[in-house]
Design a protein around this ligand. Structure first.
Ligand code: HEM
Ligand SMILES: Cc1cnc2ccccc2c1N
Length: 306
């Protein structure tokens, strides 16, 4: 029940490595974005949001829908979904890359951006396959992405719709070691009025632009979590002013999720191995690839001495 068939592409790994390098250099050269968190985290969220609209075939809907295949997150209807607040910035960043490499499909570009960001922030190598295409705005998907105010049962159900089980859900949400939450999205160059973010606020982790298992350690080791006293949406806060969303804290409120959080808090290598597999699965939801399609593993800038 994969609704979309990837096309056989004419470009080779080296061509995509050039785009990887352009994205990676743009991340490195614009490090002041979002108070020096940089562009990495929002590009990861952009790739995840373009993919997380996927729904398996169900009694309600006879065939699978959504996912990253058509690059439909670019269309105002999908990008304008409240859950995507702030991702206009990622779109602005990626348009500048697409101007230089207009041969790549938007669906491939968005997911390649997520892979590049994870690897350039010290994360594991993520396998990536080309062949997504451009679908029109009437394929845009809304109100499929998760609501952060909910509990563990809601999270389990929402990710089951995408075909993920408990261990995959926990590893994927481990990406919340990265980046921040924003009442208003960071200003773009020349922008006067900020656009709304998710409405949550955050002081970030100690290393918001390095991919680590710190999210899990914070959940397990820190005993100071309490409800934040403020007039914004309910969220948790610890003694250092760090935050957790209700759906983050749900991962240690639910006994099954909690066992997995403790496992990743103790073993960063295991987290990296699982995340690499699960993030590729997320970015490829709903897509069938020709059997001879090669999986590319890109080199980081450091590995190329660039
Ligand atoms: C229950 C599931 C999830 C919920 C409710 C959720 C919710 C959120 C919210 C509210 C923000 C703050 C956005 C902002 O204000 O800028 C955020 C940020 C982020 N999310 Fe998630 N998320 C979920 C799962 C994921 C997954 C699966 C990934 C990736 C694999 C991910 C990656 C990120 C990243 C990297 C950021 C930081 C973005 C930035 O700093 O601009 N999240 N998430
Ligand atoms: C420590 C922490 C917890 N939750 C988050 C949710 C979204 C974005 C960033 C987060 C983050 N740095």
């Amino acid at each position: 029940n994969t609704p979309f068939h990837a096309e056989k592409v004419s470009h080779v790994e080296g061509d995509y490595q050039k785009i990887y390098n352009a994205i990676a250099e743009a991340i490195r050269d614009n490090d002041e974005y979002d108070d020096y968190i940089g562009w990495g985290p929002v590009l990861v969220r952009y790739a995840w949001h373009s993919s997380g609209t996927y729904a398996q075939a169900s009694s309600g809907c006879p065939h699978a829908t959504g996912g990253s295949f058509g690059g439909t997150i670019r269309w105002p209807k999908e990008l304008g979904d409240g859950a995507n607040n702030g991702l206009q910035n990622a779109e602005w960043f990626m348009k500048k890359i697409h101007d230089k490499f207009d041969w790549i499909s938007w669906g491939d570009l968005v997911t390649l951006g997520g892979v590049t960001a994870i690897q350039e922030m010290g994360g594991p190598k993520i396998g990536w396959r080309a062949g997504r295409k451009e679908l029109s705005a009437d394929n845009a998907m809304t109100s499929r992405l998760p609501d952060a105010s909910k509990d563990a049962d809601y999270v389990r159900h929402l990710f089951a719709r995408m075909g993920f089980e408990d261990r995959e859900v926990v590893s994927l949400i481990g990406a919340h070691a990265l980046g921040s939450c924003h009442v208003y999205a960071p200003l773009l160059p020349g922008q006067k009025k900020p656009i709304p973010g998710s409405g949550y606020t955050n002081r970030w982790t100690a290393s918001p632009n390095y991919f680590t298992n710190e999210f899990f350690k914070l959940l397990v080791d820190d005993k100071s979590w309490h409800w934040k006293e403020w007039d914004g949406p309910k969220q948790w806060e610890n003694k250092d002013g760090l935050m957790m969303l209700p759906t983050d804290m749900a991962l240690v409120q639910d006994p099954k999720y909690k066992k997995i959080v403790e496992m990743y808090a103790k073993d960063q290598d295991l987290f990296f191995k699982d995340f690499a597999k699960d993030f590729q699965k997320l970015l490829e939801l709903g897509i069938e690839y020709p059997k001879e399609t090669k999986t590319f593993y890109f080199k980081t800038l450091d590995e190329q001495n660039i």
